[in-house]
Design a protein around this ligand. Structure first.
Ligand code: NAD
Length: 496
């Protein structure tokens, strides 16, 4: 994928409600938020902030579409056909959609076009396949009764997405919700509002009825909160920080005890034993898991736990991989290290690293901003050693390319170090010993464990989601589809 000129991408702003762009701020009715490009800090557009009235308009629209458009009632195979067409349109739009994604987010163009867009399309296709395959059960009752569970859509799902993979994270919410026959009102992050608008446009082009997939723009405090609390939202699905997740859960409890799926933060360990095969590959994997999207990944492998004898050779190799990365604007074809999403987030990373060093850690690599000659915020891949479980960089989700290294001597010690007091999103185990790998798989308190790899494949049947304060419920897999359905029990007396 070639480099592109960021000033040449046409931006359409507004909410997307009932199949149309809506922007009341043009008539002075709504406040606006300016949106900056992470790569150079240039403000390139703005979005309106939906207040209570606009949120109500979107949810009412979705509710009417749910009841009257036929989406929920059509033959599931027809729904699947429309969603497959939607996936095709997404794929065909990769040159534009990829640019839109790269321009406003931290995703370099090569990755946006090569991974984010096709992964989004494939996720939609995956859930289309569920539409006519999961529908309920017939129970094993006695001969005089017929017992069934019927799967039904909820109605209107309120979806709230983060900024770190705007298209992919949104697709994990909307695809199972739509396939199950629901309507959706999606609020993207105010920092990355545009690519999902295009997604909603493409859905309508594919034949998803107007009003079934709506997008509202705004901040979390007003727009997100209004959406979560709206009485006609039947279920909330959220991806973002643990702190916001807790606020959303409380709002759900206080506005109709709504069910909620929460995909939250993490502080995932990578455990490397001295017998791990092919050390160069391991180093590449470990480095990749903390530098992908500049560490702004919920499952970033941010805590390296390594058997003592291997610590030095592994650290050295990780440093070499770090040095190969090329920070640059997301619109430059050769960029392999993403910018940090915003200046305040880069300052936060600096703060955590600085305080961890002051408390006694050693800076092995990085620890400074990368100068790419623009006003963006770039942080060099960083390795901190001489840290403990109490070090700030070990405890806190940094959401930047910052790796900490701790050593262990025994399997028990490795497991004890791996368990984080709060988070349990993912973990990596690198060893040639299958028994040991499986003992750790059983012992680790994490929603996902990768063995001799790190990161997901396009095997969408394997869900993702956290233990402990990393979340409730799952995205992807059968679980996410079923979480967008409610189950009605029916028992019929057959006696004459
Ligand atoms: P965030 O919690 O600040 O914001 C996420 C979304 O919630 C945004 O759209 C925001 O506007 C909205 N929001 C904020 N306050 C709200 C409120 N009170 N009510 C309703 N909505 C509100 O998170 P972020 O900084 O955008 O994303 C980074 C975080 O997301 C990290 O912690 C990361 O680990 C997590 N994340 C988790 C997963 C996962 O699958 N577990 C995936 C990606 C990101």
């Amino acid at each position: 994928m070639d480099s592109f000129n960021p000033d040449d991408v046409a931006i359409r702003s507004g909410h997307f409600i009932g199949g149309e762009y809506v922007d009341e701020s043009e008539r002075g009715g709504e406040r606006r938020i300016e949106v900056a490009r992470p790569s150079d800090g240039v403000i390139y557009a703005s979005v309106p902030v939906a207040g209570g009235e606009m949120v109500d308009r979107a949810v009412e629209n979705a509710w009417q579409a749910f009841r009257t458009s036929g989406w929920a009632r059509m033959a599931p195979r027809e729904r699947a056909k429309i969603l497959r067409r939607f996936a095709e349109l997404v794929e065909a739009d990769a040159p534009f959609l990829g640019r839109l994604e790269a321009l406003g987010s931290t995703r370099p163009i090569a990755q946006a076009v090569g991974w984010d867009v096709p992964f989004t399309a494939e996720g939609i296709r995956f859930y289309a396949e569920f539409a006519d395959k999961v529908g309920g059960d017939v129970a094993a009752t006695d001969h005089d009764h017929l017992g069934m569970t019927i799967a039904e859509p909820y109605g209107v799902i309120g979806a709230i997405a983060p900024w770190n993979f705007p298209l992919v994270m949104a697709s994990w919410k909307i695809a199972p919700a739509l396939a199950a026959g629901n309507a959706v009102v999606l609020k993207p992050s105010e920092m990355t509002p545009f690519s999902v608008l295009r997604l909603a446009e493409l859905a309508v082009q594919a034949g998803v009825p107007a009003g079934i997939f709506n997008v509202i723009q705004g901040d979390g405090r007003v727009t997100g909160d209004e959406l979560v609390r709206h009485p006609k939202i039947s279920k909330v699905t959220f991806t973002g920080s643990t702190r916001t997740g807790a606020a959303i859960m409380a709002a759900c409890a206080n506005s109709g005890t709504k069910p909620v799926t929460l995909e939250l933060g993490g502080k995932s360990p990578q455990i490397v034993f001295a017998d791990a095969p092919r050390l160069d590959d391991v180093a590449r994997r470990i480095a990749g898991a903390i530098t992908g999207n500049a560490g702004q990944v919920c499952v970033a492998g941010s805590r390296l736990l390594v058997e003592r004898s291997l610590a030095e050779p592994l650290a050295e190799r990780i440093g070499k991989v770090f040095a190969e990365l090329k920070p640059g604007a997301t619109w430059a074809a050769g960029t392999t290290l993403s910018p940090i999403i915003s200046a305040p987030q880069a300052a936060r990373i600096e703060g955590i690293v600085g305080r961890t060093l002051e408390a006694g850690a050693t800076l092995r690599f990085g620890g400074v901003r990368a100068d790419v000659g623009a006003n963006g915020a770039f942080y060099t891949p960083t390795l901190l050693t001489d840290v403990t479980a109490h070090s700030e960089a070990v405890r806190e989700e940094v959401f930047g390319p910052v790796l900490t290294l701790q050593t262990f001597d025994t399997e028990e010690e490795a497991l004890a170090l791996a368990q984080h007091p709060e988070y349990g999103l993912a973990a990596g185990v690198h060893t040639a010993d299958l028994g040991r790998a499986l003992r750790l798989v059983r012992g680790l308190e994490a929603g996902t464990v990768w063995v001799n790899r790190y990161g997901r494949t396009s095997d969408f049947m394997i869900p993702t989601g956290g233990y402990k304060r990393s979340g409730i419920g799952k995205d992807l897999g059968r679980q996410a589809y079923e979480a967008n359905l409610r189950f009605k029990s029916v028992l019929i007396d057959l006696r004459p």
